[in-house]
Design a protein around this ligand. Structure first.
Ligand code: HEC
Ligand code: HEC
Length: 330
């Protein structure tokens, strides 16, 4: 009798564990399924943004909240029909700095307050957060810089600093900014990219890539990827590695770095296609005082090396990044 009871007990335990075993098995299997390669960065503890509900109920807190509002709804305040002024192209900071700058690998603001002021090669100067914010306004928002000391600029700085308040000085936490995709051996292809665009992007951004406005007509439901209302040629996204890295871990909207939809190749190719389409052209004469500091994918010469503008724009980038290794390798 005792034996029978004991056997039944063991069976019960085994049966009750079956669902867990099955679950573990299927989770392991899913990882093996072919699809977009998941080259996850070798860290597991990603940056954790602070909760916006915890912004203090103080005058400083009010400034932070106004900054958050400006990031999320820039166009309502500074767009072509803005309440405060009309100095930007109608995009919101949040169109690119997802979840108001709080999404892991969604071009977040985690390392701004911890790493600014910072020496930046583009200007060859030590840049403050003010300068960096106005850089995005002049390039990504194709607009006019906000005045030093204006309530809007102060609010943006207050919010961006608050987002990174728990990050130690000098540290860029895991998940910061934009994911650096592995380079391809070949050049990125606008022709292949058009196929990716038609399949994965046109649905929202429009077959003409020029976006769709929302009900109030002031903000974008789906922001433009090219055309007069898009970022200009001096913007970060005009560099292929920035665009491809951003898209890989965020687009189609809803993708994340640990659940991407595009393969790396598709991300590079769609970047090549989008950045071949027309957009506002703006030259910043003071950029790159030392041309040897230009990033490998800066698409405008002159360069300190002998690679063409086209190779700096589309790749292959490996020979540019590491010319010696390429000479030696067969
Ligand atoms: C069209 C896309 C786009 C828009 C719109 C945009 N940005 Fe950016 N922003 C970028 C890109 C790309 C970078 C560079 C990221 C990188 O190289 O890792 C950047 C970088 C920044 C940085 C520096 C981040 C760092 O860690 O160094 C700040 C600060 C910033 N943006 C603020 C803003 C603000 C404020 C607005 C709105 C007024 C704005 N941006 C609008 C694309 C955009
Ligand atoms: C399901 C709809 C949807 C699809 C599909 C989609 N996007 Fe987006 N995309 C968005 C939305 C919405 C935003 C703005 C996010 C926000 O404001 O929170 C955005 C923002 C962007 C941005 C930054 C803002 C800008 O306009 O420059 C880029 C770049 C981008 N998408 C590229 C792509 C590419 C490339 C694809 C195809 C691989 C794609 N998206 C597919 C909805 C989509």
């Amino acid at each position: 009798m005792v034996m029978i009871l004991a056997v039944m007990l063991v069976m019960l335990v085994v049966v009750s564990m079956l669902p867990f075993l099955a679950k573990r098995l299927s989770a392991a299997d899913v990882k093996k399924v072919d699809g977009p390669e998941k080259k996850e960065p070798p860290v597991t503890a990603y940056w954790n943004p602070p909760d916006s509900l915890a912004i203090p109920a103080t005058p400083e807190g009010d400034l932070i909240r106004y900054g958050r509002e400006l990031v999320a709804h820039t166009a309502v305040y500074l767009g072509p029909a803005g309440k405060v002024n009309q100095t930007t192209n109608g995009m919101n900071c949040q169109n690119c700095h997802l979840k108001a700058g709080k999404k892991v690998f969604g071009n977040n603001y985690s390392a701004v307050s911890s790493t600014y002021p910072r020496l930046r090669a583009r200007s060859g100067t030590v840049e403050t957060i003010q300068k960096r914010v106005n850089d995005c306004i002049e390039r990504s928002l194709n607009g006019k810089p906000l005045k030093d000391g204006s309530r809007e600029l102060n609010a943006l700085i207050a919010y961006i600093s608050w987002v990174g308040k728990d990050v130690e000085k000098g540290v860029s936490p895991p998940g910061v900014g934009i994911w650096d995709l592995p380079l391809m051996e070949r050049a990125a292809s606008p022709e292949k990219g058009k196929l990716v665009f038609d399949e994965h992007c046109a649905l929202c951004h429009g077959t003409d890539g020029m976006g769709v406005k929302n009900e109030n007509g002031k903000e974008w439901k789906y922001p433009p990827l090219w055309g007069e209302e898009s970022y200009n040629t001096g913007a970060g996204l005009f560099r292929l590695s920035r665009f491809a890295g951003y898209v890989k871990s965020n687009m189609p909207n809803g993708a994340t770095f640990d659940n991407p939809i595009l393969t790396d190749e598709e991300a590079w190719d769609v970047a090549a296609y989008v950045n071949s389409m027309p957009r506002p052209h703006k030259t910043f004469k003071a950029d790159w005082p030392d041309i040897s500091k230009k990033p490998f994918d800066h698409p405008f010469g002159p360069y300190a090396d002998t690679f063409s503008e086209s190779q700096h724009k589309f790749g292959p980038f490996r020979p540019i990044k590491n010319p010696k290794a390429t000479l030696g390798a067969k």
